[in-house]
Design a protein around this ligand. Structure first.
Ligand code: ATR
Length: 262
């Protein structure tokens, strides 16, 4: 039986095993998908288990998406551009790092039918998932991306990889068509981002968080009549792409799948 893993710290709450094991069973794949909490020093050994075929594939979550890179032999184009790896496998005896978050986010936006042409996005946050969001938006033809993060130095770091970014101060607002919460504010139900919503003028408010289903950020946007979307489909589609890479099967997305992720 082939073994797959999601590594992170913390990783207890990851829903990847639930989703992958559902598809493994549905499509009759002889495999098991588990989660493993790691310390930084364990990364190399855990990845080397793929070289020795003790593990077939690994998903990577916070805080290791960048930290795994030195231990890989080859990066996909998206992994290279984002410095972020969430899916690892072996090809021709080489350890390959890929990034399926870019695909996940693109699919999520496409499903909302929001047309990005000539639009402006405001991204709040500069954490692990943000480079993937930036690349996806750029690939989809967005006109402008503005970024704001509490720790401005992290936003400016992203500017080095994506020179077209415009960085504004945390707490500042700017008129944008699409506003994305990529901070962890809202995971605890009562936390909220202090924003002057009236100044944002956005049409679509997107939150990377999907549990709770509606963060305060989405709740408030909904109240003033805006279109909202949480991070559930991004999560499902990044998993779908990883499953397809590993097993050569593209899982069907139906309500049975979407109901699994709560
Ligand atoms: P990581 O930074 O390790 O990748 P993350 O969960 O992906 O972790 O990112 C957390 C994001 O939420 C960061 O942008 C963080 O801002 P800082 O870079 O300033 O830490 C942001 N964040 C978390 N709590 C916040 C808060 N109370 N106020 C403002 N931003 C917050």
């Amino acid at each position: 039986m082939k073994k797959y893993l999601v590594i992170g710290n913390p990783v207890e709450h990851s829903l990847s095993p639930l989703l992958h094991n559902f598809w493994i069973k549905k499509y009759g794949v002889n495999a098991i998908y588990e989660k493993k909490s790691l310390e930084k020093n364990d990364i190399e050994k855990t990845l080397n288990d793929i070289r020795e075929s003790k593990t077939e594939g690994i998903n990577v979550t916070v805080p290791f998406k960048r930290q795994v890179i030195p231990f890989l032999d080859h990066l996909s184009d998206t992994a290279q551009k984002t410095h972020s790896v969430n899916t690892i496998f072996k090809r021709q005896n080489k350890l390959v790092g890929d990034n399926t978050d870019v695909y996940g986010f693109s699919q999520a936006i496409k499903l909302t039918n929001f047309n990005l042409k000539n639009k402006k996005a405001l991204i709040l946050g500069a954490g692990g998932v943000v480079p993937s969001i930036i690349l996806a938006l750029k690939n989809m033809g967005i006109l402008e991306i503005v970024l704001s993060n509490r720790t401005k130095a992290k936003a400016e770091d992203l500017e080095k990889s994506f020179p077209f970014l415009k960085v504004i101060n945390w707490g500042e607002t700017i008129k944008s068509d699409l506003i994305i919460n990529a901070t962890s504010i809202g995971i605890k139900k009562n936390e909220e981002i202090k924003l002057d919503y009236s100044k944002l003028d956005g049409q679509l408010f997107y939150d990377v968080i999907y549990n709770p289903t509606e963060t305060k950020f989405l709740e408030k946007a909904k109240k003033i009549g805006k279109k909202i979307e949480n991070g559930k489909s991004m999560f499902i589609y990044q998993a779908l792409k990883a499953f397809e890479i590993w097993h050569g099967i593209r899982p069907e997305i139906n309500t049975e799948v979407t109901d699994l992720i709560k």
